[in-house]
Design a protein around this ligand. Structure first.
Ligand SMILES: Cc1cc2nc3c(=O)[nH]c(=O)nc-3n(C[C@H](O)[C@H](O)[C@H](O)COP(=O)(O)OP(=O)(O)OC[C@H]3O[C@@H](n4cnc5c(N)ncnc54)[C@H](O)[C@@H]3O)c2cc1C
Length: 488
């Protein structure tokens, strides 16, 4: 048996991107996948949920009555037609990945080849894995290098049983047949809040969110989390803040849950469905990693140093390392690991300029530090906030809720981070991600010619305000809460 140059375990964003980078380098790669190519980057994950979010957002906008138009006969949606559209989006993206795998299964001019092998992988020796196929047969694969990119799955708390219909995780939610009339979401992190947003946008479901913390999105600054919470509450979502879930069970085909609130009183509530979203755990439990010397933490994540595990020819990328669970990071880590293992000298991944989006209403996007993180790291900063009501494009869009918030180093004015709460937040942070990467300062934003009218003009105005030269003045709009400067 000729050993492959690289065997990748898992064809999610990390594994797929890694295999493609190894192909660039003329390597012979076997990509092992037990489920669906694309992983949670596509299925029951990033792409599927974002498709549903867009549909729900379009629907909510179409239902608005402040825009001078109304759809004749009203706007209607059924859950099955929404999920059908989600399935089409997923299938399109999946077909694209499959098409490329098919093409690259034939050796390229540089010798690169990627072979997809379907089945469940497990290490049997440091240089060998066994792949168990759906027909029960097994195939042995030998390789010089391995990349473990087997991703993660929803965490399930003790004492709650998931039946996949009445009580679900994000893995099952797309298989519901209708909009539930009511649901409880256990966990107020990003995934829980995103689904709360989608169901609230469709307006057919009474939503309850159980949050152990005093506020949702506890990793974000309070003003960001409060803007989102206000929007939830305005659309009828109940947030049980500082609440402890005592019991959640299926009773007569519905969900009954008991919580203890901050005041010590307990409450029993009955809803149609429950979504449990309290984080994710790495898929490392049955890979035989410990038997070949790879160190795995108690929480299940593979211990890595610069993408390399404790066994030098076994690498890891994406959710299995569980530091950050995002598609963009998984892909970067997969590509980085491949470049390192084949002797290139890639630039280290710049985690400081990490960009992330939360698909809420309003949309929230972040890059770099927020105030909480800056304080934690003891980095002196100045902060500026500009309300979207002051930005022409927001006014034109009739979407003036939210704000942009820019952080810069107190001594040098170097840009440290940005939060955008409002439409097009995800596109707006991109320019700032680049500027942080380039170690730019507030003056660079001030002097750059921005398009008009455009959402990033709010960021420019924010930089100018911190430099004491904004067009609209804090003395005038500060008292109205639309312009604000501070430091920490
Ligand atoms: C509901 C939801 C929404 C999300 N939204 C976003 C978002 O908007 N933006 C964002 O950046 N991220 C988002 N994420 C996170 C993102 O999907 C993950 O961080 C990303 O998919 C991780 O990529 P990965 O390759 O590490 O793992 P995965 O995507 O989990 O892929 C791992 C693959 O390995 C396979 N596998 C597992 N074990 C084995 C084995 N033993 N043998 C062979 N194959 C195996 C699995 O079948 C899977 O295909 C979301 C996740 C969820 C659940």
């Amino acid at each position: 048996m000729v050993a492959w140059d690289l065997c990748v375990l898992g064809a999610g964003p990390a594994g797929y991107a890694a295999a493609m980078r190894a192909h660039d380098l003329g390597k012979r790669v076997v990509l092992v996948e037990r489920g669906r190519v694309g992983g949670a980057g596509i299925h029951s994950g990033a792409l599927s949920s974002k498709t549903m979010w867009h549909l729900s957002n379009d629907y909510a906008i179409a239902k608005q009555t402040d825009r001078g138009y109304r759809a004749p006969g009203g706007v209607e949606a059924s859950y099955s037609s929404v999920t059908e559209c989600v399935r089409r989006a997923v299938a399109e993206r999946r077909a694209l990945l499959d098409h490329q795998l098919e093409a690259l299964s034939r050796p390229s001019a540089n010798g690169g080849v990627v072979t997809l092998l379907r089945g469940e992988a497990r290490f049997t020796s440091p240089y060998t894995i066994e792949v168990k196929k759906s027909d029960g047969s097994c195939e042995r694969v030998e390789a010089k290098n391995f990349l473990v990119a087997t991703g993660s799955r929803p965490r399930v708390p003790d004492g709650i049983s998931i039946d996949g219909d009445v009580v679900v995780t994000s893995d099952h939610i797309e298989s519901w047949s209708h909009f539930p009339e009511s649901m409880v979401i256990v966990g107020a992190g990003v995934i829980g809040c995103e689904y709360a947003t989608m169901f609230a946008n469709f307006g057919r479901t009474k939503i309850h969110i159980i949050d152990r913390q005093p506020r949702i999105l506890p990793f974000e600054d309070e003003d960001v989390a409060e803007e989102v919470a206000r929007s939830f509450e305005a659309s009828g979502v109940t947030i049980h803040r500082s609440s402890k879930l005592e019991r959640l069970a299926i009773e007569n085909g519905r969900v009954e849950y008991v919580i203890t609130n901050a005041d010590g009183k307990s409450e029993t509530i009955n809803v149609e469905k429950a979504l449990v979203s309290i984080g994710r755990v790495p898929n490392t439990q049955s890979l035989g990693l410990e038997s070949v010397g790879v160190q795995v933490e108690k929480s299940g994540n593979i211990v890595v140093k610069d993408a390399q595990s404790t066994v030098p020819h076994i690498w890891a990328a994406g959710d299995v390392t569980m530091d950050i669970a995002l598609v963009n990071i998984a892909e970067l880590e997969g590509r980085y690991a491949v470049e390192k293992m084949f002797g290139l000298e890639p630039r280290p991944i710049h985690y400081e300029a990490l960009s992330a989006i939360m698909f809420l209403r309003p949309e929230v996007a972040s890059v770099g530090l927020n105030e909480m993180k800056a304080k934690e790291k003891k980095i002196p900063y100045r902060v500026g906030v500009v309300g979207n009501r002051l930005v022409s494009r927001n006014v034109a869009m009739r979407a003036t809720r939210g704000f942009v918030k820019l952080l810069a180093a107190k001594d040098s004015n170097a840009i440290l981070g940005l939060r955008v709460v409002g439409p097009q937040a995800s596109s707006t942070i991109q320019g700032i991600a680049f500027l942080i990467h380039m170690k730019a300062t507030l003056s660079d934003i001030d002097q750059c010619v921005h398009p008009h009218p455009a959402i990033p003009e709010g960021v420019q105005e924010c930089a100018r305000m911190l430099l004491g030269r904004s067009v609209l003045k804090p003395d005038v709009f500060g008292p109205e809460g639309l312009l604000r400067c501070g430091e920490g």
